[in-house]
Write a protein that binds this ligand. Structure first.
Ligand SMILES: Cc1ncc(COP(=O)(O)O)c(C=O)c1O
Length: 426
């Protein structure tokens, strides 16, 4: 809804039902429009208006966008309105508009996007569909989230594939060397995160995909943190698949995601799940013999059945919200908050071990760190007691703490965390 004086009065009864912060967000909505102009990373007045668009409580400091991104009011309204529309009028509604919208957002074609519920689902479609046999090797990292570890370990158990692991290095060049050193005649795929969940390092994904292609390997990316954190051009990236979600950096409804499958790869990546939407119109159970037909001529072959139309209306609204501010403005702001966090952590000298590289191309909005002589679980509890949400990283024995900041955050919130670290080590 556009906010102007006339519809403000007309909507008085609707407004009566809204909280003060929701009303503030309606007026803030006009103030966050940039009309394509650049907003400075440190224009705190502008970013404070953006903050008002979120129902996040002021009692807590939320520094955990890497787990999920809180949605702004327009997203929540879109979900609510779409559900009301269906439930009042009996409209089934439609999710169809979401695929082209996501496609445009990530530099793909409309027929290359499958809708999923989360990253894990997209990774499973890619992992189980890619042709591999016993003894074939797949390269992963020692920094996997369970969502990109469990499917491959399961395939190892069921089909006898072999997993080879690399640890991301502090520079992009060294990371590439480590991956290249693992490739041999049995290697079939590189199944790497774009940005690991552990310390948020931005891996040189375009170079990794190029390496995969040069060696004739499949390039299958866990893109949990890519969409919404930075501009994506998946064609240019050169991956075969990219599994992401709308519920982290895109700030969309929880339980929404997508899988990009490169058009030319769709006949190689076997679809195992079928139902409404997955087949072409030649499937016919009434013919004798039954006509098998083929798959949908798009990534729709990978998902089917009834969809959560209300949630996809929310995804559409989240892309609109991001575009109202501008993805470049968002990226610059969150990268600068990430840098601010790094700088403040580095002030502690050898009392803090920063696990995220400081190299410009290898960092963005997430930082992982350890506090010398302080148990990470204990500090996590201290944060919770002081109403600061961060994430513990027990994955793969890394045992660190993770801070992730989005556009609703500010440097003052990072300072609160820094003050708590100071108290913990003094
Ligand atoms: C790198 C990475 N991969 C996969 C996942 C799994 O995501 P989802 O819960 O959407 O399946 C996450 C979630 O935090 C993640 O950070």
């Amino acid at each position: 809804m556009e906010f102007n004086r006339r519809n403000f009065i007309r909507s008085a009864s609707v407004l009566a039902a809204l909280s003060l912060s929701e009303i503030q967000s309606l007026s803030a909505r006009q103030m966050i429009k940039t009309d394509g102009k650049t907003v400075a990373e440190d224009d705190e007045a502008y970013w404070q208006n953006v903050r008002q668009m979120f129902p996040l409580t002021k009692d807590w400091t939320y520094l955990n966008n890497g787990t999920f991104g809180p949605s702004p009011y327009p997203v929540i309204e879109a979900v609510k309105n779409s559900m009301l529309d269906a439930d009042q009028l009996g409209n089934y509604g439609s999710y169809e508009a979401t695929m082209p919208k996501i496609a445009k957002f990530v530099g793909a074609n409309d027929d290359e996007i499958a809708l999923t519920h989360n990253v894990t689902e997209g990774i499973n479609i890619a992992c189980w569909g890619v042709p591999l046999k016993k003894g074939d090797e797949v390269i992963v990292t020692t920094h996997e989230h369970v969502g990109n570890a469990a499917p491959w370990m399961n395939r190892m158990k069921v089909h006898g594939i072999v997993l080879k692991k690399y640890t991301p290095a502090s520079t992009a060049a060294e990371t590439l060397n480590r991956i290249a050193a693992l490739i041999n005649k049995n290697t079939r795929a590189i199944a790497t995160p774009h940005i690991p969940c552990t310390q948020g390092q931005v891996l040189p994904i375009k170079d990794i995909c190029k390496l995969a292609k040069d060696k004739g390997l499949f390039a299958l990316v866990d893109g949990a943190h890519g969409a919404g954190m930075m501009h994506l051009d998946l064609h240019d990236m050169g991956c075969d698949t990219y599994a992401s979600c709308c519920h982290k950096w895109m700030l969309g409804p929880k339980g929404t995601g997508f899988l990009y499958v490169r058009k030319e790869f769709q006949d190689t990546l076997q679809a195992f799940y079928s139902g409404g939407g997955t087949a072409d119109d030649k499937w016919d159970i009434m013919t004798n013999p039954v006509s098998i037909g083929g798959y949908a001529q798009s990534a729709h072959r990978y998902f089917g059945g009834t969809q959560a139309n209300g949630l996809y209306a929310g995804v559409n609204a989240s892309i609109d919200f991001i575009e109202t501010i501008g993805l470049t403005n968002i990226h610059n702001r969150i990268k600068s908050l990430g840098k601010y966090t790094q700088n403040r952590l580095l002030e502690f000298g050898d009392k803090i071990e920063l696990l995220t590289p400081t190299e410009d191309i290898s960092r963005c909005a997430v930082n992982g760190f350890k506090i010398k002589d302080v148990d990470y679980k204990k500090f996590y509890d201290t944060c919770a007691e002081n109403k600061i949400r961060i994430r513990m990283v027990p994955e793969n024995g890394i045992n660190c703490l993770r801070v992730s900041t989005h556009i609703y955050n500010n440097t003052g919130e990072v300072d609160k965390l820094i003050d708590l670290i100071k108290k913990s080590i003094s």
